[in-house]
Design a protein around this ligand. Sequence first.
Ligand code: NAD
Length: 492
Amino acid sequence: MNGEPDLCIGGQWRHASDGGTREIINPADGSITAVVDEATSDDARAAVAAARNAFDDGAWPETPVAERAALLDRIADLLQRDKEALASLETRDTGKTLVESRIDIDDVTSVFRFYSRLVGVESDRLVDVGDPAVISRVVREPIGVCVLIAPWNYPLLQMSWKIAPALAAGCTMVAKPSEVTPLTTIAFMHLLDEAGVPPSVVNLVQGSGAVLGAALTDNPDVDFISFTGGLATGRTIAKVAAEHVTKVAVELGGKNPHIVFADADWDSAVDHVLTGVFLHSGQVCSAGTRLIVEEQIADDFVAELAARAEKIRIGDGMNPASETGPLVSEQHRAKVEAHVQQGISDGAKLVIGGARPSDPALAKGSFYLPTIFDRCDRSMRIVQEETFGPILTVERFTTEAEAIALGNDTEYGLAAGVRTSDPARGERVVRALRHGTVWLNDFGYYTAAAEWGGFGKSGNGRELGPTGLAEYQEIKHIWHNTAPQPAGWFKG
Ligand code: NAD
């Protein structure tokens, strides 16, 4: 960063092999936050080769579980030591508020602590095969070389959901953060060195996905690809990996419904719908972007939401007065603006927003106003396609069955919210929704101990929880006959 080498390949910090660099832009004001090395595809191939050697010939996969767990705890300690520095780097890189970035670093820490504990208690399974001479065991082994590709909205958080279980399992890996937001992952890589992660176990490259993608994913030396990002990229990676029959887990986008029944607690419903969609300016994969509200309260509910959304204080995430920051880049704002225009031409009713803020102090950043569209229906693209911006669409229902049908009317299936004071109805609706996480009378919360992932085109595989560790393990059945006898099948 800023002249220091940023790629870590085979235990060596290096510049890009062709000397290439990239400017990292602060989305709050368009200034250059840092200049980082931009890897070439040769660098990416070298990183995979280093991880392959470290897996095949290195000590890490055989390192006792207790040592791996202790290392994860040391990493967690260092994350907390450097929390403020990492949080401010994350804010300058993504634009999110410092408060959110601090929460991210705490969450990253909790993922390392969780897998440190879990890996110590996961044990082999003995199977009774009905012969006392046979010891039959099902054991877990590290899956091998992992390629870990992360998006820009929660850069270090999403990467930690991959690196922590991969290390816990005994894998070696190549991490590739988003080229838009690589700074905390570079800083974190230095913490891994300091914590004592052996050379070549974690390799780091960053740069354009289009350039590095093939070297990382169309590569027979890779055993597992864990990808978080958009649907189109996920499809590309899954297709390329299929050629090598490489295992792939893809965590993709969402178009998440937030269903509000008329009997829901009013204040918490308004507040959570607002936070669910406008936090981090809607750049959250699980953002509740589709409000599905019971007709009898819809007008009042939308009016109150609009009044509160207009008061959201937008600004530089480093300013403690800001409640939400900018969009991540000018390019991303252009995409959000095109989506809003599409909503207008499809006939949705613009209630508030639909524009850049007029405050001249925000003119250099890629800010966008909280936007609400009422009178939306399922045929509209703004209802079906992920905008990844501060855009709420409103649909109305009159029956429980209609609410469920609307909630499931999406090709995605990442997350959903349901709000009602009737517990029986709440349970019915929650069970009927085809989404990976469903909140009943809450929204947006998660824990390292519970699985995260999507139904439908929100992806496959799971991160976090015990399944998030199992993704990085192969299962082997060992049949050990302690008193071998001839099988006696062929008599001649
Ligand atoms: P993206 O798909 O554009 O990029 C994600 C990553 O993939 C980046 O590191 C990028 O460089 C890399 N990439 C791009 N092309 C590649 C290729 N051909 N081969 C290999 N890697 C390639 O996504 P984004 O814009 O960075 O992130 C936003 C998306 O991520 C949204 O759709 C959001 O919903 C999703 N997301 C999902 C979750 C989840 O848990 N399901 C979490 C966060 C974000």
